[in-house]
Design a protein around this ligand. Structure first.
Ligand SMILES: Nc1ncnc2c1ncn2[C@@H]1O[C@H](COP(=O)(O)OP(=O)(O)OP(=O)(O)O)[C@@H](O)[C@H]1O
Length: 231
């Protein structure tokens, strides 16, 4: 379980997160929603260790990781699928997937078959350069690369952004599959509310660096979700 407790985050004098608390349980999809610039990516970067926090703490599997560097968090099972995907354009699909080996012990450095069951296109394109893939294929590759690390927490930052509907469905199915395994926590940042509502077990809505609405599926005030996402 991931517990983000009362986290503040500053960029110089500007405060991007204010007293943010979030819980992510294994076998559940936790969604963080909100408009552009409310602090969603800052929160994800704090969780994976790319941005230091100025207050509060972050616990993972009962251990304080607040000051742990990103590679240590990756070794402890935290994987990130960044907004914009950040695949390596000049490496092949296979080489991109193999970059996920970095936090693994030598004996574990294989590409799990279920990645190709979820995203068959990756198998067909193993020898192609990442930069030659479509945006949707790159998104599948970015998720595949995260799964290579055998995560127990996967953080997905707007995986549907700029992606065509058929691939959005594949990504939704992949998230469903990961949840069904029961031992992986899924933290999903989204602006596409229908996608998040269809998948989410727990919701947090952010506004100006704060969590303003939270609740479990079935209990959360859906009108408030829709209102706080409306432009
Ligand atoms: N590296 C940075 N330096 C200074 N300010 C930053 C930096 N990154 C983000 N910010 C600011 O922090 C605030 C939160 O940004 P953040 O990217 O976390 O929001 P977001 O909700 O993820 O938005 P988006 O949906 O556009 O990605 C914004 O006001 C943004 O301008």
């Amino acid at each position: 379980m991931l517990e983000v407790k009362n986290v503040d985050l500053h960029y110089g004098a500007a405060q991007a997160l204010r007293d943010v608390s979030v819980v992510v349980e294994p076998g559940k999809v936790t969604c963080v929603l909100g408009r552009n610039g409310v602090g969603k990516t800052s929160l994800m970067r704090a969780i994976i260790g790319h941005q230091p926090i100025s207050g509060g703490e972050i616990l993972w599997e009962g251990r304080d990781i607040t000051r742990m560097p990103p590679f240590e968090r990756a070794r402890r099972g935290i994987a990130y699928v960044p907004q914009g995907r950040e695949i390596f354009p000049l490496l092949t699909v296979k080489e991109n997937l193999e970059t996920g080996f970095a936090p693994l012990k030598r004996a574990d450095r294989t590409i799990p078959d279920d990645i190709f069951s979820l995203f068959p296109v990756l198998k067909d394109m193993l020898g192609r350069r990442g930069g030659d893939l479509s945006g949707g294929q790159q998104q599948q590759l970015a998720i595949g690369r995260a799964l290579v690390t055998r995560p127990r927490l996967i953080v997905l930052d707007e995986p549907t952004e700029g992606i065509q509907p058929s691939i959005i469905k594949d990504i939704g199915r992949a998230i469903d599959y990961l949840r069904s395994k029961g031992d992986i926590g899924i933290l999903l940042v989204e602006q596409y509310l229908d996608f998040a509502e269809a998948l989410g077990d727990r919701f947090y809505v952010m506004e100006r660096g704060r969590v303003v609405v939270e609740g479990l599926k079935g209990e959360v005030d859906r009108d408030a979700l829709h209102r706080s996402m409306a432009i």
